[in-house]
Design a protein around this ligand. Structure first.
Ligand code: HEC
Length: 145
């Protein structure tokens, strides 16, 4: 009886492992999409296409910190391919550098959240946070045609 229970537990955990593989890819893509969505408003403010809104800017910086904190754990060894991922092999070849890039983005977002009080400080500090997106994508993401 005990042996059966154990066998069932092992089978169940094997099934969750397989599920978890494709899951982490979907989760990290969703997280990144939330970063992309959160960038829209401040991006329009930077271009002068939307009025400056401190609350929205701060919400975006909070989203960035959330993404930067949660994302690294979702690049597991078993999720290098599949799930329509655009993560480059370089993520796993240079995991330390990749994690450091997330830490830098997190720290830059935190510093900007403290520094931004008005439109002038927003324009002075926000672009620096945005540089992190392109820098990381260039190195750790493959361009899809
Ligand atoms: C430290 C690295 C890093 C930083 C910083 C980063 N990204 Fe990403 N991003 C990635 C990786 C890696 C992927 C590919 C994930 C995958 O497909 O598995 C990605 C994918 C994306 C995607 C595509 C998601 C999808 O639907 O497949 C968007 C949109 C995105 N990032 C937006 C942003 C924005 C906007 C910022 C900055 C505000 C940002 N990212 C900062 C590493 C990063």
């Amino acid at each position: 009886m005990l042996r059966l229970v154990i066998a069932a537990a092992i089978a169940a955990s094997a099934a969750t492992t397989v599920l978890a593989q494709s899951d982490v890819i979907a989760q990290r893509k969703d997280l990144m999409k939330s970063a992309g969505g959160a960038t829209r408003d401040p991006g329009a403010m930077l271009k002068g296409e939307a009025a400056f809104d401190l609350a929205k800017v701060q919400a975006t910086l909070a989203t960035y910190q959330n993404v930067a904190t949660k994302a690294p754990a979702l690049f597991t060894d078993t999720s290098k391919t599949g799930g329509d991922t655009s993560a480059a092999p370089k993520v796993w070849e240079d995991m330390n550098g990749f994690k450091a890039a997330f830490e830098k983005w997190n720290a830059d977002s935190k510093a900007a959240a403290a520094a931004i009080k008005d439109e002038a400080s927003f324009k002075a500090n926000f672009p620096n946070v945005l540089k992190n997106c392109g820098t990381c994508h260039e190195t750790y993401r493959v361009k899809k045609s």
